[in-house]
Structure formats: C-alpha cells, structure tokens
Design a binder for this molecule. Structure first.
Ligand SMILES: [Zn+2]
Length: 155
C-alpha cells in the first residue's frame, strides 16, 4: 500500500457506513476486505478500526486512540543502489492509520465528515480554497441547497 493507495483505502473505509434510503447501513464485507488488500483480516477488527477512525475524524475521540494500531510498526534502513532506502514494516491496519497521519500532515483539516448531518459519509477536500462541505455536490450539496431554499421560501 503506497501513500496514494492508503489514502483511497482510508476514505473508502470511512465511507462504509452510508445512509441508504434513510437507513444507516454497513457495507463492510469480506468482499470489501479482499478488494482493499485486507484479505484474511477479521471483519470485527476492521470494523473497530473503522469506528475509531470515524470518531477521530468527527472530532469525538482524541487521535491518541489510534495508537493501538501502530504497535509493532518498524522502519529499517537498507542500502539500495548506493542510497539509503527505508523499508516500512506495518500491517494493514497500521498502514491505514499511517495514511490518516499523512493526510493530517499534508492536508490538515481537509478530511472531514459531510456537512449534511443526515449523511454519514466523509470527504477529502482537495479544493484550493478548502471550503468543500459535501461528500458530493450531486447528492448532498444539491439536497442541502434545495432545503435551504425551501426554508427561505417558506418563510
Ligand atoms: Zn453527504
């Protein structure tokens, strides 16, 4: 899992609890694990990681709760083609948490919950101004704008 893949897996994992037809759902399955490089991991463990990450990104829990997933992570230097190269030894869960850490450092505050309180998705705001609020303009953006407009029209 490189940095870009880690970012994708992290966001996909955060977004495994969408609201479908007004009902909160959980789409984390064995198939999800297989397609995200987590074959062989226990669903319950990945779900616990997901729930912890969601609480941290929503600001409900301090980031220190993620420490447990970094146990045993090591980095070892090696000389490759005349230069020092660092090899990361970390399991899948640790790599997801490290991807979160990379984002915190490179794009602080840009990973956040959708501003629609009835939507349980997360977004990574890549806009220049950093003002994106919705998981998607098509879904939540338009819905919330329509609601505000309706509220104003009503009075
Ligand atoms: Zn949304």
């Amino acid at each position: 899992m490189n940095v870009g893949e880690g970012e994708t897996v992290l966001l996909d994992l955060l977004n495994t609890t969408p609201v479908v037809d007004d009902r909160p759902t959980d789409v984390l399955t064995g198939e999800w694990l297989r397609s995200h490089g987590a074959s062989g991991r226990r669903l319950a463990d990945v779900r616990r990681l997901r729930d912890d990450l969601q609480r941290v990104v929503r600001g409900g829990d301090p980031a220190v709760v993620l420490t447990q997933y970094l146990d045993g992570v090591t980095q070892t230097p090696a000389i490759v083609d005349g230069a020092v190269e660092w090899r990361l030894d970390a399991d899948w869960a640790a790599r997801v948490v490290l991807a979160w850490g990379e984002l915190q450092a490179s794009m602080p505050g840009r990973l956040r919950p959708c501003a629609n309180g009835e939507c349980h998705l997360f977004l990574l705001d890549r806009s220049r101004a950093g003002t994106a609020r919705w998981c998607s303009m098509e879904v939540c953006g338009n819905r919330m704008k329509a609601r505000r407009h309706y509220g104003r029209a009503k009075g």
